[in-house]
Design a protein around this ligand. Structure first.
Ligand code: ATP
Ligand code: MG
Length: 592
């Protein structure tokens, strides 16, 4: 689907969507109005001692700390934190760290950084709402024992192959395990032995007892606890059994008193189990009403990138990019280094909206959001990216003079800065043409052009190297034509080119980034997505910049006039020697 956004700019407040409608309906009906909150996550006994929750709604952003966040996560962050912000609620920052493998502090730090960078936080109503799901292991274990005792779970000792064979298919019902009707006391004893390390990994598993003939395969006695001897980053070796994600997630939501649990569409078929589990635990008095409700929305699919942690890991580990924060990667760390703005991401999230139908969003929509926010915020500077010399033969040797360039054409209050003009300048190679094509209004032999913020000059000649490339253009300036002086416009010219004084320039590395993939849908059909990598996604050049850019601090963003938006690289810039990354061109160069 292609979304035409021309009619719908910056919706303030954010455009309505089906999730906002649900929240508004719940607020109107008071669904969550008199819900007690004990000030921290907890079971029914704890929560019911609390006072009325000051937060009108509770949402959560629950990443697994097993990778870096990507642009898809930004959609979920803006949605969940945005709802909390707009409806006087709280969004919990929750690390879903129930899987003992692959979770690292490096990921935890990068995730909190990314969420804060996007402009969101988890301090609200006087406390922090940063939670770790692994802190709920004790309760999860208790909940599992309760399910066994109440006849709603059993220990299965079928082999993995038997379990697979008996699960059935989409068209055929499953078959009951021979262990399904063992006495609860036996299951309870085995479960305790599992916990105590008396059984081998994979030798048995705890399953919910629901319905092996259910048309929804997720309801055919899903596994809820498995044996896994693995050291957990938070709980160490305390546990050798771990809950399955589908069991852990609803429990986490319930303990944290989440009202609206928003997830992506793949979880739609899990919703019946989500409700089954929480209703059972509520009936057993373990968790308090009202129960959280799950709602699903379409995940973000963006053309020309891949948004899957596994593929991103492949790109990093296969050295297709320089690291997790490579400016070409769709990670938030990469986007930040690329110069993308948090405002741009929030605008993007509002603009693409939230729906229940999977679709592809055009990458240019994201770029347009970045352009729009940068156009507002970025000061203008001058840069010559592909320099050739321009010598003003009638300008005195060794002399220079001030010219005045506005910092922001839309914000006169930001004033003007001084740039130096002298006899030798750098101009863009493409701003001179020996044999001009039709409609070319820049510098040509014997032609006139205005040096932006300076004089009108007339071309008097040019020099070439042995290979036939122009190296130097000669011209003469017309003294009464300086921009901003009376009568400067007496001589009309069609072209206007930018320049920097050679004696006052700062030469530095500039990286011109392009898309990492050359195909809109990397890996579509039977292609390997790695074969769709754009071989020319980075072009590193030495550019001549106006001197003021030498003082740019890491992450300072600018518009280089006529070229696009650039940022001083966060990592490779040294004080007084910044290098720049191109964030986005002024216009979409890919559009045909
Ligand atoms: P991936 O599919 O890239 O491995 P994930 O879903 O495993 O991502 P989690 O850490 O589980 O990553 O995600 C945290 C939250 O971000 C989840 O609630 C998930 O629904 C949401 N999320 C992940 N990818 C997207 C996406 N492309 N669009 C919208 N939300 C997403
Ligand atoms: Mg996941």
């Amino acid at each position: 689907m292609h979304i035409d956004m021309s009619a719908d700019k910056t919706p303030i407040p954010p455009a309505s969507n089906f999730i906002r409608n649900i929240v508004e309906r719940d607020l109107e009906h008071g669904t969550y109005a008199n819900r007690p909150w004990a000030g921290a996550p907890g079971d029914a006994a704890q929560q019911t001692t609390g006072t009325t929750d000051p937060a009108k709604i509770r949402t959560r952003f629950p990443p697994e700390p097993n990778g870096y966040l990507h642009i898809g996560h930004a959609k979920s962050i803006c949605l969940n934190f945005g709802l909390a912000r707009d409806y006087n609620g709280v969004c919990h920052m929750r690390f879903d760290d129930t899987n003992p493998e692959k979770e690292e502090q490096e990921y935890v730090d990068s995730i909190t950084d990314a969420v804060r960078w996007l402009g969101f936080g988890w301090n609200a109503f006087g406390s922090s709402h940063l939670y770790y799901a692994s802190n709920y292991f004790d309760f999860m274990y208790r909940a599992a024992e309760y399910l066994i005792e109440s006849g709603n779970a059993y220990i299965d000792q079928q082999t993995a192959d038997e379990m697979r064979a008996n699960r059935g298919t989409l068209t055929e019902p499953g078959k009951d395990s021979p262990w399904r009707n063992r006495p609860a006391t036996e299951s309870l004893q085995l479960f305790r032995e599992m916990r105590d390390g008396k059984h081998a990994d994979g030798s048995m598993i705890l399953r919910a007892k629901i319905d092996m003939t259910s048309p929804n395969i997720n309801m055919r006695d899903p596994a809820i606890y498995r044996i896994k001897r693995a050291t957990h980053h938070n709980t160490g070796d305390k546990w050798c059994i771990y809950p399955m994600y589908t069991f852990a997630h609803p429990v986490e939501d319930a303990l944290e008193r989440i009202t609206h649990s928003i997830c992506t569409l793949e979880f739609e078929d899990q919703r019946p189990f989500y409700d089954w589990l929480l209703e059972n635990l509520r009936d057993g008095g373990l968790i308090a009403d009202p129960l959280p409700k799950q709602y699903e929305f379409a995940r973000l699919n963006l053309t020309y990138v891949v948004l899957s942690k596994r593929k991103l890991i492949d790109l990093v580990e296969g050295h297709y990019v320089s690291g997790w924060d490579d400016p070409r990667l769709p990670t938030l760390a990469g986007a930040r280094r690329r110069g993308y703005t948090p405002e741009g991401f929030r605008l993007f999230a509002d603009r693409i909206g939230v729906s229940k139908a999977d679709s592809w969003i055009e990458y240019t929509i994201l770029e347009d959001c970045m352009r729009e926010t940068l156009n507002e915020s970025a000061e203008r500077r001058i840069a010559v990216l592909d320099p050739i010399k321009l010598v003003i033969d009638n300008y005195p040797e060794g002399q220079s003079e001030d010219c005045f360039a506005p910092n922001h054409p839309l914000k006169p209050e930001l004033g003007k800065r001084t740039v130096q003009l002298s006899k030798e300048l750098w101009i863009e190679r493409e701003d001179f043409m020996e044999e001009p094509t039709k409609g070319y209004f820049r510098l040509v032999p014997d032609g006139l052009v205005r040096l932006r913020y300076g004089y009108v000059v007339k071309c008097t000649g040019f020099e070439k190297d042995a290979a036939g490339n122009v190296t130097t253009v000669h011209c003469e300036y017309l003294p009464d034509t300086k921009s901003g002086t009376p009568g400067a416009d007496a001589i009309k010219v069609k072209g206007n080119i930018h320049w920097v004084s050679a004696a006052h320039a700062y030469a530095t590395e500039v990286r011109l980034y392009d898309r990492l993939f050359k195909e809109a849908h990397p890996g579509a059909g039977d292609r390997n997505y790695l074969d769709d990598i754009n071989p020319n996604s980075i072009n590193t050049i030495t550019a001549q910049l106006e001197l003021a850019l030498k003082d740019a601090k890491p992450e300072d963003r600018f518009q280089f006039e006529r070229h696009g938006y650039f940022v001083a690289d966060q990592k490779d810039s040294v004080a007084g020697k910044p290098v720049f990354n191109r964030t986005v061109t002024l216009r979409d160069a890919w559009q045909k």
